[in-house]
Design a protein. Structure first.
Ligand code: GDP
Length: 462
């Protein structure tokens, strides 16, 4: 993982209109744009930017740039912006106007922010000279530590504010890593747990043997055995893997049906433990009901997945390769349509054909999961998609996306599927079909190969 892939902390600027949020944003972003007009329908680039002047680089969001134009007046609008900040930022920069004193909306906002579990830095803006400084103490009544007096327009004390924000973030996250630190950390990255799952006789053992016997695979001799599977640690191309081999333990019984049922039960537990599932399908028989059952389990557990079509040598061996590929792909895409995010890999364990494609696929999924998705790009992509193809009107209302952000995973794993938090006007206006449209748009714009996407939707009225 390179330093650029590490998610930067997010600082959100909140405050009522006209306190100078965009001027502060431009100062933090190091830009010299004085005023940016919000025009409906125009994708705003000023929502997020990077602040590199702080001891710890961070992403800054101007919630005022989100354009949450709501019918209920600006009090409601500011509260919606505060809600977005509370749910997506690591630190909130609350801006007030030092020349106009405490406004009722400031007090309302302060009440909301005090209850949130996010650190808040209060900046009193427009303190252009000494004579305005006396007013700063009045703002102590809002209930935050030491108000920070600045003038964004004149650049007064802005460097001090940036240092202070950086200091607050260091208290939360520790000092930023140097390149050497992050290289050392690479050593500690847990191995990628890969479960090879599928019904009996699809060729799981053959594939595992082919992988482990490949000279590029370095197998460690300490395999662990659990009740349902064997864990085989190994290394390939510098990456550490843990192969969960469900096929390794066989509980054959006389009746074929119970063999299958046991195999599904074992698969279920392996799927739960895995970072990535390799679902093996027998190309010569095609997708069966049992395959679909295992596939559904992978989907329900929200697991990254690659579908491996094994025994490709037996699939219409006399046809042309491209026609065989196309036909089989169509069959699998129809039968496993719900597992749409999983790429397909066609192999023959017996003939040792195309096996390196499996690792090509695994590496691609790992890369996709560690790539940093910028908030700016995410919002631009989704807003453009919505402008191009607006959501259907329901009860005279139409879905309006205020802001989207990526959600940090609570329990970091070797591969973590992205989770997006969408702030919308009314959550119930987001239909399954439209959600699928947004998902496909993101898949076209970003590399999300093999990863399920999770959308969490927050309505401003929640
Ligand atoms: P498992 O139960 O899923 O572990 O399946 P096995 O690895 O035991 O394979 C079942 C049968 O399929 C064995 O007879 C294998 O030799 C055969 N087999 C596995 N992979 C291939 C393949 O790619 N092509 C062909 N023709 N046979 C295969």
């Amino acid at each position: 993982m390179s330093a650029s892939q590490i998610k930067k902390p997010i600082v959100a600027i909140v405050g009522r209109p006209n306190v100078g949020k965009s001027a502060i944003f431009n100062r933090l972003a190091g830009r010299r744009i004085a005023i940016v007009h919000d025009q409906p329908g125009v994708t705003r680039d000023r929502i997020t930017a990077e602040c590199t002047k702080s001891p710890i680089p961070f992403e800054v969001i101007d919630t005022g740039g989100i354009g949450a134009i709501l019918d209920d007046g600006f009090g409601e609008q500011v509260r919606a912006e505060a809600d977005i900040a509370i749910h997506s930022a690591d630190l909130i920069l609350f801006v007030v106007d030092g020349q106009s004193g405490i406004h009722p909306v400031d007090s309302d906002l302060a009440k909301v922010l005090r209850k949130a579990h996010v650190e808040v830095v209060l900046a009193v803006n427009k303190v252009d000279d000494r004579k305005h400084e006396n007013a700063v103490t009045d703002f102590a009544g809002l209930g935050f530590d030491q108000p920070f007096a600045v003038s964004a327009e004149h650049g007064r004390n802005m460097d001090g504010l940036i240092r202070h924000l950086g200091q607050q973030l260091i208290e939360q996250f520790g000092k930023p890593e140097t390149v050497e630190d992050s290289e050392e950390k690479d050593e500690e990255i847990p191995p990628v747990s890969i479960a090879m799952v599928g019904r009996p006789n699809v060729g799981k053992s053959s594939l595992i043997n082919a992988i482990l016997n490949d000279e590029r695979t370095i197998v460690s001799d300490v395999a662990g055995t659990t009740r349902d599977s064997v864990d085989i640690p190994y290394e390939r191309g510098g990456t550490h893997y843990n192969l969960i081999d469900t096929a390794g333990i066989r509980r054959r019984t006389k009746q074929d049906s119970s063999v299958e049922i046991f195999s599904v039960m074992r698969s279920e537990r392996s799927i739960r433990r895995a970072d990535l599932c390799l679902l093996v399908i027998d190309a010569s028989t095609g997708v069966t009901a049992m395959d679909r059952k295992i596939a559904r389990k992978i989907l329900e557990d929200h697991k990254p997945c690659i579908v491996i079509l094994n025994k490709f040598d037996l699939y219409h061996p006399d046809g042309s390769k491209s026609a065989r590929l196309e036909e089989l792909r169509e069959h699998v895409e129809t039968e496993l349509f719900f597992l749409h995010y999983a790429p397909l890999v066609f192999v023959s364990a017996k003939k040792g054909q195309y096996l390196n494609k499996i690792f090509g696929g695994i590496e691609q999924v790992c890369r996709a999961s560690s790539a940093h998705i910028g908030t700016g790009e995410l919002n631009r992509t989704l807003k453009n998609a919505i402008e191009k193809n607006p959501a259907p009107v329901r009860k005279n209302r139409r879905l309006n996306l205020l802001y989207a952000t990526t959600k940090r995973s609570d329990r970091p794993r070797a591969i973590s599927p992205p989770s997006f938090l969408l702030f919308v006007n009314h959550a119930e206006l987001l239909t399954r079909t439209y959600e699928r449209y947004l998902e496909n748009t993101l898949r076209d714009a970003l590399d999300l190969s093999g990863l399920p996407i999770d959308f969490q939707v927050r309505s401003r009225r929640d």
